[in-house]
Design a protein around this ligand. Structure first.
Ligand code: HEM
Length: 198
């Protein structure tokens, strides 16, 4: 079997990925404490940490959006190769359990398979903006009250909906991150930047 190393993830992309992961986990943990789903930390502490992490995440996203457009990396998220989707879905459903090889061949120019492209695009265009906008409206409700055609309960419901969507993405993402040719292959490549191609 021939093996080749591909440099897939630049230093900024790796920094962005792991700091975003840490902030999202912090926001899920504190957000669900504010929501009343657990009481592992106090409500007051959860509110304080949630607000700090939210501002850090917003700052990170501003840099990440700039990076995507200036480096042309946004092209990796444009849906393509729709025809391969059934084969990829079949592989994730049971093919990988049978030891089959991945139907999609990664290259530096096409580093995400069609299913990843759709999932990441949905995060970038639906889940993130929903959390971001509803979170900011929630945060500035004191000044915005009466200027928008929504109630605070509706804003909180939309924000919680975004949080559950992010939680679903997170669970599937972590599961599929362990589905490389070894359980840690994809995780290592997001640390070192290099992926071993088989
Ligand atoms: C991106 C920027 C975000 C902003 C500006 C933001 C802002 C807020 C605000 C102001 C609250 C009300 C409590 C408080 O003052 O802390 C809140 C609650 C909450 N946040 Fe966020 N948040 C953001 C991201 C997230 C993320 C990424 C998640 C989880 C994936 C999340 C999950 C939650 C949950 C579950 C609640 C409780 C909602 C409720 O029951 O009322 N938030 N957020």
């Amino acid at each position: 079997m021939s093996e080749e190393r591909l440099y897939l993830f630049t230093r900024f992309e790796r920094f962005w990925h792991w700091s975003q992961a840490a902030l999202i986990i912090t926001l899920m943990f504190t957000g669900f404490a504010v929501h009343g789903s657990h009481s592992l930390i106090s409500f007051q502490k959860a509110v304080e940490v949630h607000e700090i992490a939210a501002w850090l995440l917003i700052g990170l996203w501003v840099f990440a959006i700039f990076w995507h457009f200036t480096t042309g990396q946004w092209k990796h998220y444009v849906p393509s190769s729709w025809g391969q989707l059934p084969a990829i879905a079949r592989y994730y459903a049971w093919g990988m359990m049978l030891g089959e090889s991945h139907p999609y061949k990664v290259t530096v120019e096409r580093k995400h398979n069609p299913m990843q492209r759709l999932a990441y695009l949905a995060v970038k265009l639906v889940i993130n903006p929903l959390l971001w906008v509803s979170g900011l409206v929630y945060l500035f409700w004191g000044s915005l009250r009466g200027t928008l055609p929504v109630t605070l309960e509706q804003v909180a419901t939309l924000h919680t909906l975004g949080a559950f969507m992010m939680l679903c993405f997170f669970i599937v993402h972590v599961y599929l991150a362990s589905a490389g040719h070894t359980p840690t292959a994809h995780i290592k490549s997001m640390i070192t930047g290099y992926e071993d191609k088989h």
